[in-house]
Ligand binder design. Structure first.
Ligand code: GLP
Length: 233
């Protein structure tokens, strides 16, 4: 793992955008994308850059079940607002949390991941070490699946909703095995509330109890952390 410590999220966004730029120059065509507050400074840098993704494909990690793409809390809406409106991709895939047949949607998504080998996957991390929506205890062999969100994740994500009861209880997420198929993984974390998860990911046991620890089995991982998130290392 290469670990890059930056002063703050704004510097982290610049460092991450540089990695996107290098990957594009090296011919990357498929980008695995994430939501949450962490990638915002990166997406802002991409939007303000002259990088061109119009012949690229994006595949998002996850989406809530039961809210539509037009709902401002959906991850589809988030991606449109924060990246795709300014930087369109030729094809952008996000799990459909409104699919009538969730099993069919899961197999469609697994198929897409197999067809489009992700060159660079951006990841945030939850306070409990989750990546995507793979909560502690998820099998390292997991592919795309439906999950029940833990109380800790519902609480953490409730800041984006006017009422905690509006936070969806389920989501569709790429699995840990699917995420690790990416050729290069870029995990980003900012703030003191991520310090414990980052310390355990880097120094703790490789264990399904800390989903992000699976990245230690991957040969090409870059971690960008600010000083607060690095404070437990
Ligand atoms: C959510 C998302 C994750 C994200 C995590 C951290 O649960 N599903 O992909 O990494 O939250 O979010 P934030 O970056 O807002 O701290």
């Amino acid at each position: 793992m290469r670990i890059i410590v930056v002063a703050n999220a704004s510097e982290g966004g610049k460092a991450a955008a540089q990695i996107f730029s290098q990957e594009l120059q090296n011919g990357a065509k498929v980008f695995g994308l994430a939501t949450g507050s962490t990638p915002l400074s990166t997406y802002q840098e991409l939007c303000n850059s002259n990088m061109d993704f119009s012949d690229c494909t994006s595949i998002n990690l996850d989406e809530y079940v039961g809210i539509s793409a037009s709902n401002p809390q959906s991850y589809a809406y988030f991606m449109h607002q924060n990246l795709f409106a300014a930087k369109p991709f030729a094809h952008s895939f996000i799990p459909n949390g409104m699919a009538k047949d969730i099993e069919e949607e899961i197999s469609r998504y697994n198929h897409l991941i197999d067809e489009n080998n992700v060159d660079l996957q951006i990841l945030g991390i939850g306070q409990n070490g989750h990546i995507g929506f793979n909560e502690p205890g998820t099998s390292f062999d997991s592919l795309t699946h439906k999950v029940a969100l833990t109380e800790s994740t519902i609480n953490a994500n409730s800041r984006f909703f006017s009422d905690i009861n509006d936070v969806p209880k389920e989501a569709l997420t790429m699995g840990l095995k699917s995420i690790c198929k990416a050729k290069h993984i870029l995990l980003i974390a900012y703030g003191k509330n991520k310090a414990d998860a980052i310390d355990k990911m880097i120094n703790g046991p490789v264990s399904e109890e800390l989903p992000a620890s699976i990245l230690r089995n991957h040969s090409n991982v870059t971690v960008i952390v600010d000083e607060e998130a690095a404070s437990g290392l």
